[in-house]
Design a protein around this ligand. Structure first.
Ligand SMILES: [Zn+2]
Length: 553
């Protein structure tokens, strides 16, 4: 999602975040499908609900199924239509099974419940004072309104059967299967998502909508219907400001793989975030009219929704990817300058933040999941991909990205899964790269000095890294710039030696790389300039980035 300044205020009022990613995974069961029946209305915040959940057993003899469910009153539970018993403790609903199940067998649980959700399903008035209901689940708030394994490691398909007042429109994940006027003032909407998605993406939205079909995006001989769900009073603004949705969707389909879901809607909603990437229907803040945000959320459909981190501490696989791929759209559509501007802003934000909170991207010390919405997982995560692209070259990098997506689509992944796919395409180990950029904190702080040998007409450039403890191994571009135009000379320095084991005391400055280049054309001041990282490849501090190889005397 896109963070919102409001997130901070909201986080104060909801104290129910899980403490760490110590979520008790249950390898004996697998949630396959959720069929959620909900009745909502505009006069009360009570819901009447029934959840049918299909489980598959991964071990023999499972006797209980623990689910997440907070608040709400459970009225009745059946196991394959036979009534069963349950207990409730501290956000958990534990259901006793009477069947004798073997590995590979399946069972349906049906849970009837009701009440007023204290979180997750947000009911209230939108900015125009109109009643609305919007789910807002990230990171683990789905279980405030439906029983579930509320963690992204267990993805499932989902159907929603929503009974709502006829003057409301209802949107949910996947494809619209049915809309029936119940002739009692209510309408039944049935939406079905056939691809497994994380619970944090399983959502409904209901209010008075202006529903606008805005065309289709092409996807390998198939089309993805695109639409906007806008508050009627914001119809004109949305039509004007929701941006190049078709181009964005087609760009990622071409670059990464076919768009993963049945449709794509941009939904004006009341999410607490700037935007939330809910699969096939992106929920945008009610005042969020930003093409940057939309590109980020559309990129999440591939990264986050379809390929999902199975551990919260690998969130960069979702947020870093959405950040970088969002920028890639603007590189393609608007040119390199826009792309570099976006990257530079990200780098600046990360470097500034790091000084006050020096932590690595992978940071299991974070126990408040909201604190994962940080500059490491977004800005630095995006930069890690940018640096990897430079290291591997465009061809191998994007082939690796397509392979990673194809391999893990509709599934889960961890950083090592991504690393191994990229190593295959790079043809060399990348453990050092991920270790220094993901699992260790910090960034390189370069310094450089040079001297000129007049007899040999030779320039020696010495580059050092000043930070500690990690010394970064990265190819560093030194560009030579002549007076009038950029020369097509970019000297990628030879692979650096293993400076990570440099045993000189920290803080003295360590030799990173040295370059000796003859410059016979050097004559006078301004003839030859050298620039470090002129192509904006390194996520680090490059305090001196250009030298005149012939300063004035
Ligand atoms: Zn995001």
């Amino acid at each position: 999602m896109r963070r919102s300044v409001l997130a901070f205020f909201f986080s104060l009022s909801f104290a129910a975040w899980s403490s760490a990613d110590d979520y008790p995974r249950n390898p004996a069961i697998d949630a396959i499908h959720y069929r959620l029946h909900l009745t909502i209305n505009d006069s009360s915040e009570e819901i009447q609900a029934r959840a049918e959940i299909l489980f598959e057993f991964k071990s023999d003899g499972v006797k209980t199924i623990p689910l997440d469910l907070a608040g709400l009153s459970v009225d009745r539970i059946t196991e394959n239509k036979r009534e069963t018993t349950f207990t409730r403790t501290d956000g958990k609903l534990t259901i006793a099974l009477s069947g004798d199940y073997r590995r590979g067998e399946r069972c349906w649980l049906e849970i009837e419940y009701h009440g007023r959700p204290s979180d997750g399903l947000i009911m209230g008035k939108n900015k125009f004072g109109d009643s609305s209901v919007f789910a807002d689940n990230w990171p683990n708030r789905a279980h405030y309104w439906f029983p579930s394994i509320d963690h992204p490691y267990d993805k499932a398909t989902v159907e929603f059967f929503v009974t709502a007042p006829t003057h409301w429109g209802v949107i949910a994940n996947g494809k619209l299967i049915e809309k029936t006027n119940l002739q009692n003032g209510n309408e039944l909407s049935h939406w079905s998502e056939a691809k497994p998605i994380p619970t944090y993406c399983m959502v409904i939205g209901a209010t008075e909508f202006s529903i606008i079909n805005v065309g289709a995006a092409e996807r390998y001989g198939d089309n993805v219907e695109l639409s906007y769900y806008l508050f009627p009073k914001d119809r004109e603004r949305g039509l004007k400001d929701y941006g190049r949705l078709k181009q964005i969707t087609e760009f990622f389909s071409d670059l990464v793989g076919p768009f993963p879901y049945e449709k794509l809607a941009l939904v004006q909603s009341s999410t607490r975030y700037g935007g939330m990437e809910n699969s096939s229907n992106i929920f945008l803040a009610q005042n969020g009219f930003s093409e940057d945000t939309n590109a980020h959320e559309v990129a999440h459909q591939w990264f986050g929704d379809s390929v999902t981190e199975s551990d919260w501490h690998h969130l960069w696989l979702s947020e870093g990817f959405a950040t970088y791929f969002g920028h890639l759209f603007f590189e393609r559509a608007d040119g390199r300058d826009r792309f570099v501007t976006l990257l530079s802003k990200d780098k600046e934000a990360y470097l500034k933040d790091y000084s006050s909170d020096p932590r690595p991207i992978y940071d299991p010390g974070i126990t408040d999941l909201m604190k994962l919405l940080n500059k490491n997982n977004y800005e630095k995560g995006g930069w890690v991909l940018h640096m990897l692209r430079h290291l591997m070259g465009d061809e191998a990098f994007f082939a690796g990205i397509r392979d990673y997506y194809e391999t893990y689509r509709d599934r889960n992944a961890l950083t090592d899964d991504f690393r191994m796919v990229m190593e295959f395409h790079y043809g060399q180990p990348l453990d050092w790269f991920f270790k220094q950029w993901i699992f260790e904190p910090g960034y390189p702080i370069y310094d450089a000095s040079w001297n000129w040998n007049e007899t040999a007409k030779e320039l020696t450039l010495r580059v050092t890294q000043k930070q500690s403890p990690t010394i970064f191994r990265m190819p560093l571009d030194i560009a030579e710039w002549h007076q009038v135009a950029f020369a097509p000379l970019t000297n990628d320095l030879p692979a650096p030696r293993d400076v990570g084991r440099d045993d000189r005391p920290a803080g003295r400055g360590r030799l990173h790389q040295a370059l000796r280049e003859p410059f016979p054309q050097r004559q006078q001041h301004g003839d030859v300039m050298l620039a470090m990282d002129a192509r904006h490849i390194i996520c680090g501090a490059v305090p001196i980035n250009s030298w005149d190889a012939c300063p004035s005397p």
